[in-house]
Ligand binder design. Structure first.
Ligand code: AMP
Ligand code: MG
Length: 270
């Protein structure tokens, strides 16, 4: 298996996003058929691990997906979790904050949707939007941005210390790949619903967003909750890498089924 190490953002605060090629495909090996088969196998394995997480009923898993428009957050959820029972998995999309949400601190709406015991929660965007959009739009200054990085690290430490495995993935695509995907959304009637005119305004600020991502990832990749950058120009590679990262992370948890109940030994159902 390929190594995650080159894609794991170090916790020493130094990180260059431009050093990671969004076209890399180290986790996509073999023929297309083999890759499809491998993804199915990983998805089935993930389902089994999720079932075990639920059966153990103690610990929690939070998957954070971040990335520019069209980077494949929705596609990742669709394919990586294609075999996972909806019983123990929930997806939380983070949209522009409502008036009620804006009336509170930025982590308020996040804390309300963290996974409970035995649950796996997927955040489609996250609290990281609050150190991206307002930074690029210059709605908060450097001091407030630094404060938020620290608050995010403290918040995630709280989650980890209370039994949550936090897995953070930044889906990394090139500007050219985004151009192609946005154009496809515009040109394909069945995909137009995914396009919003605002996406073009955000695209014009591509460089500012890349910088904001780079700084946020550098400041919030910690030992307890590290970031992984996922080369995502190839959708297959993106899916395979995230599926492998999840399977490995859940295996590392050494999830245990509850022990057999001695009181049930010899019990016969009549
Ligand atoms: P989508 O994920 O394509 O449905 O779009 C959701 C939109 O909500 C994106 O443009 C995000 O940048 C925006 N959004 C999510 N959270 C925040 C936030 N905390 N502040 C500002 N914009 C946000
Ligand atoms: Mg969108």
């Amino acid at each position: 298996m390929a190594s995650f190490k080159p894609y794991r953002v170090s916790s020493n605060g130094k990180f260059k996003l431009s050093k990671i090629d969004p076209g890399d495909i180290p986790f996509a090996q073999g023929s297309e058929d083999q890759q499809r088969e491998q993804l199915t196998e990983l998805a089935i394995e993930l389902d089994k691990l999720q079932n075990r997480l639920h059966a153990e009923g103690r610990r929690k898993v939070l998957l954070v997906l971040q990335g520019m428009d069209t980077s494949g957050k929705d596609g990742t959820i669709r394919w990586v979790f294609s075999r996972t029972s909806p019983l123990g998995v929930r997806v939380i999309p983070f949209k522009v904050p409502s008036e009620l949400e804006r009336a509170h601190d930025f982590l308020w709406r996040c804390h309300a949707v963290v996974p409970g015991s035995g649950q796996l929660m997927i955040w489609n965007r996250s609290h990281y939007e609050d150190v991206l959009v307002p930074v690029v739009e210059e709605l908060i200054d450097k001091k407030e941005t630094q404060r938020r990085y620290r608050q995010i690290n403290d918040f995630e430490r709280l989650l980890v210390e209370t039994g949550t495995t936090v897995i953070k993935c930044m889906l990394h695509i090139s500007s050219e790949e985004q151009r192609t995907r946005l154009q496809e959304r515009i040109d394909t009637p069945g995909k137009q619903w995914k396009f919003s005119r605002g996406d073009l305004a955000v695209r014009l600020k591509w460089d500012a967003y890349q910088t904001a991502y780079e700084k946020a990832l550098a400041a919030t990749s910690t030992e307890h909750a590290p970031w992984h950058v996922i080369p995502a120009n190839s959708k297959t590679h993106r899916n395979l890498m995230i599926a492998q990262l999840l399977v490995r992370s859940l295996k590392d948890m050494k999830l245990q089924l509850p022990p057999a109940d001695p009181a049930l030994e010899g019990l016969v159902v009549t």
